[in-house]
Design a protein around this ligand. Sequence first.
Ligand code: ZN
Length: 309
Amino acid sequence: MDLPETVPLSGISPEATGNEYLILATKALRRHLGLAETPGEKSSSSPPSTQPLFWVEVVPPSARGARCQLDCPKNIMPGEYRIAVNPGQHGHYGNRSSDYYHVHCFEKIADFSQADFLDRVQPLTRNLTRLRNLESSSFLDGNYLLDAGAERLSLEWKVTVGGLIDKRDGVESETMDSRHSAFNDLLRKSGSSNYIPQMVPGMSEFEFILLSCTLAPIEGDGSGDSEEWNLFEEYLAVADNHEEDLNNRHSLSETLEAWGHDVVLATSDNLTEKGKKQKEGLSSKAIRAIKRLAVTPMPDIQGAFLRGL
Ligand SMILES: [Zn+2]
């Protein structure tokens, strides 16, 4: 269950409005991360003892959802994607305290075209639950965890934006060894009829099967299909070699909103007339792929038990 969050952002006058409020909220977030309030200046505060992470996660079931820390009139409702900054700025509950934001709202104060912010983004998946500072039982029903499509999209978004930052800053990209190359192929080519998944050294069989089936980004109609469906091409709002995409502050929320919208179209039995019309724009291949990627991959509880974790 979410911890109660009813306190406003620390250090911000309740009278602050509009742009002024955003500027203050941006500075408060930068201070929380141990950064100078203004980019380029030297930070006078000491780095936090625990580095806050920006979790991309799903709001768990509750009656009213969670309050958005950006003084937003709308709560973040169960089933929606959100950002949880953990530990949060208040610390009433130690490291368990988190600040919640709509993804779109958080992008107004966090500049993901800067590595200081991008590096802290962590899509919440089955493999990272122990870092989220919640009771392990919280995740047993798949609560908080991203569905397969959102997991692949948010991770690919992070890698793509990181590559664009390196390019902008003139950082040489590392050359891939064979293990990285096999992993890269598994991540990006799974599901294609032109690719046979290869086990990556050091990876569990559980994870290999998930990545090559449930989480595969490509959906095709078998050999000879020249128009395979590709998750990243359909929904990712950033692309390699499009350095100008760094100027789009809302590329993560645009990606997740477009994906979430089509998940509803593909899986709901209760569409409005407008929704039914929009669904006609999705091919049967796309609907098949979206339904597959709409599930939430669960932690490998049996494997963890056998390993004595
Ligand atoms: Zn909001």
